[in-house]
Design a protein around this ligand. Structure first.
Ligand SMILES: Nc1ncnc2c1ncn2[C@@H]1O[C@H](COP(=O)(O)OP(=O)(O)OP(=O)(O)O)[C@@H](O)[C@H]1O
Ligand SMILES: [Mg+2]
Length: 496
C-alpha cells in the first residue's frame, strides 16, 4: 500500500461570485514531489491556502499525517507538520531577514532572547539553500529573488514533513533555482513531501513524481510524471490541444529608429550600454541574471538615475529623469515585480487599467466610470482576465491574473515604446500564447517593443533582433527576423 501523507477530500470553496474549488480531492504520498498545474485562476493557491488554514473550505476533509485535521491558522498547520512558501511574499519589509525567518517564534518559554543565536541560525538556514544574504539587514533592501530565498529559508526552518511551494521559482535567478532544485531533492531523500506549483513545464517534468491538473476549480487528472507528456498536461490544463507555442507575426519591422540609447552607465551594474530599437521591431534582451537587463530598462524609464548616457526618441534628445518624463515621451515599462511599480492592489481592475491615461476618461473634472468600465471590460476580455467584474479589487485576483492587469494597463496607455521586463512571469501556457499574439500585434501596429525574458525560447520565438548583455555591457547582437538565432549561440554569448 502506498504511504499517504496527505489527503484532501471533496474540498469546495466559494468566493463571492466565483466557485474557486469544486469537490477537489488530492492524495499525496510520503516523500514524493507532487506537482499541481493549472491555468491562472484554476484554484491552485486557494487549495493550498485551505490546507494551510488561511481560508476555510465550505466543505471537505483534510487528513494529514494520519489524522483528520481542522486547521484554522498557519500556526496550527506548522504544528501539524506543514509549511508553505507563498506565491505572494509574506515578509515584513521593515524587519531584518533573521526576524522575518523567526517571526512569531522569537519567544521561547523561559529562555532569554538571544539575538546572536537567532541570527546565526538564520544565517545557517540561508546557507543551506545557498543564499548569501546578511540576516541582519532589512528585508526592504533585498532584491525580489533574495526575498524569495528568504521565504524559502523561512518555510524550511519549520520542521515540516510536508512543504508546499507555490511558484517558488517564478522570481528566482537561474542559479538560485538550481539551488532550490537541489534542496528539493535533498528533502526527498529525507522522505519530506513537496507539493510543487509551477507554470514552468520543464521544472514540473524534471522535479515531480506525479502531476495533478486543476481546471476551473476541478481536479481533472492525476498522473505519474513518467507516464504522461507535456502535451497531455497542457491539454488537460487548457481543455484543448495547443499546436504552437509561438504565434507567427503578420508584419515586418521598419527601418525607422524610434529610440536610440547611447553610452548609458549606472554604477555598479551598467557599464556603457548602447542600443536602438526600430518602429515595429521586437528587440529581445537576453543575459544571465545580474547582467544588467532590469537595470537597463529601469534606467531608460527614468526609474533609477544614471551617471551618464543619452536617450533620443524619434531623433530628438530627451531628458528622462522620472517615470513621469518617460510616460510623457511615450515610453512604458511593464516591470518584474507587480507589487512594487505595477498595481495598486486595493483598487479595482478598471482603475488600475485607466490610471496612466486617466485624462482620456475625465469630463468636466469627473472621471467617467461607465467609460472606464467599458474600457476595462474590453481589455479583461481580450486578455482573458479571470474576475467577477472589472470593479473587483486586484488583491482578490490570482497571481497570474494580476500580471495580466499590469499588461492591460500599459496596452491601454498606448505608449510608442514598450519596455517589457519578464512580461509572462507566472502566466499559464494558454494565456502566454495570447500575450505573445498581443506583443506581435503591437509591433505590427508600429510600436517598438523591448522585451527582457529569462526564458530563452520566448526570446528566440518572438524577437526580431536579440541583444545579449554580459556584466553590464553589450556582449553581442543577433539578427532573428526569420527566427534563425539559436539557443547555443545566445547562451555562450551570455556566459561571456
Ligand atoms: N480572497 C479572494 N476573494 C475572492 N476571490 C478570490 C480570492 N482568492 C482567490 N479568488 C478567486 O478564486 C479563483 C482561484 O484563484 P487562485 O489564486 O487559487 O488561482 P491559481 O490557480 O493559484 O492561479 P495563478 O496561477 O494565477 O496563481 C480565482 O478566480 C480568483 O480570482
Ligand atoms: Mg496562485
Amino acid at each position: 500500500m502506498d504511504d499517504i501523507v496527505l489527503e484532501m477530500k471533496h474540498i469546495s470553496k466559494q468566493f463571492v461570485g466565483v466557485k474557486a474549488l469544486d469537490d477537489v480531492s488530492l492524495s499525496v504520498r510520503r516523500g514524493e514531489v507532487h506537482a499541481i498545474c493549472g491555468e491562472n485562476g484554476a484554484g491552485k493557491s486557494t487549495l493550498m491556502k485551505i490546507l494551510n488554514g488561511i481560508y476555510r473550505a465550505d466543505s471537505g476533509e483534510i487528513w494529514l499525517n494520519g489524522k483528520l485535521r481542522n486547521i484554522q491558522s498557519p500556526e496550527e498547520a506548522h504544528k501539524a507538520g506543514l509549511s508553505i512558501i507563498f506565491q505572494e511574499f509574506n515578509l515584513v519589509d521593515t524587519l531584518s531577514v533573521a526576524e522575518n525567518i523567526y517571526l512569531g517564534r522569537l519567544r521561547e518559554k523561559g529562555v532569554k532572547l538571544n539575538w546572536r543565536a537567532i541570527e546565526r541560525r538564520a544565517e545557517e538556514q540561508l546557507k543551506n539553500i545557498g543564499a548569501e544574504i546578511d540576516p541582519r539587514i532589512a528585508v526592504s533592501r533585498l532584491s525580489v529573488s533574495q526575498k524569495q530565498m528568504v521565504e524559502i529559508a523561512k518555510a524550511l526552518s519549520y520542521d515540516a514533513n510536508v512543504i508546499v511551494m507555490d511558484e517558488p521559482s517564478a522570481t528566482l535567478t537561474d542559479k538560485e533555482a538550481q539551488k532550490l532544485f537541489s534542496v528539493i531533492s535533498d528533502l526527498k531523500k529525507k522522505q519530506i513531501t513537496v507539493i510543487y506549483i509551477s507554470h514552468k513545464m520543464d521544472e514540473v517534468f524534471a522535479l515531480s513524481d506525479r502531476i495533478t491538473v486543476l481546471r476551473d476549480g476541478v481536479a481533472v487528472s492525476t498522473a505519474a510524471t513518467k507516464d504522461t507528456t507535456r502535451r497531455e498536461v497542457i491539454a488537460s490544463m487548457v481543455g484543448r490541444a495547443m499546436e504552437n507555442e509561438y504565434p507567427v507575426r503578420q508584419g515586418r519591422r521598419t527601418d525607422e529608429t524610434v529610440m536610440r540609447v547611447t553610452h548609458i552607465r549606472r554604477k555598479p551594474v551598467l557599464h556603457d550600454v548602447s542600443f536602438e530599437v526600430k518602429k515595429g521591431e521586437i528587440l529581445g534582451i537576453a543575459g544571465l541574471v545580474g547582467a544588467g537587463r532590469t537595470e537597463l530598462v529601469r534606467a531608460v524609464f527614468g526609474a533609477d538615475p544614471v551617471s551618464e548616457g543619452q536617450i533620443e526618441i524619434k531623433g530628438v534628445q530627451k531628458k528622462i529623469k522620472s517615470p513621469m518624463d518617460a510616460i510623457k515621451n511615450g515610453v512604458a515599462l511593464v516591470n518584474e515585480d507587480r507589487k512594487e511599480l505595477g498595481l495598486v492592489l486595493k483598487f479595482p481592475i478598471a482603475e488600475n487599467i485607466s490610471i496612466c491615461k486617466i485624462g482620456s476618461i475625465v469630463r468636466k473634472g469627473f472621471i467617467q466610470r461607465k467609460q472606464e468600465n467599458r474600457i476595462a471590460e474590453e481589455y479583461t476580455g481580450k486578455l482573458a482576465i479571470k474576475s467577477t467584474s472589472c470593479r473587483q479589487k486586484c488583491v482578490f485576483l490570482s497571481g497570474g491574473n494580476q500580471q495580466k492587469v499590469v499588461l492591460a494597463k500599459w496596452l491601454y496607455a498606448d505608449a510608442d515604446i514598450l519596455l517589457l521586463d519578464e512580461p509572462t512571469r507566472g502566466i499559464d501556457v494558454g494565456s502566454k500564447y495570447e500575450i505573445y499574439k498581443w506583443i506581435n500585434r503591437l509591433a505590427d501596429a508600429g510600436k517598438a517593443v523591448v522585451m527582457i525574458s529569462s526564458e530563452l525560447p520566448e526570446i528566440l520565438g518572438l524577437s526580431d533582433r536579440i541583444l545579449v548583455l554580459h556584466r553590464g555591457k553589450v556582449a553581442g547582437e543577433f539578427e532573428n527576423e526569420d527566427k534563425t538565432a539559436t539557443a547555443e549561440e545566445i547562451m555562450s554569448c551570455a556566459i561571456g
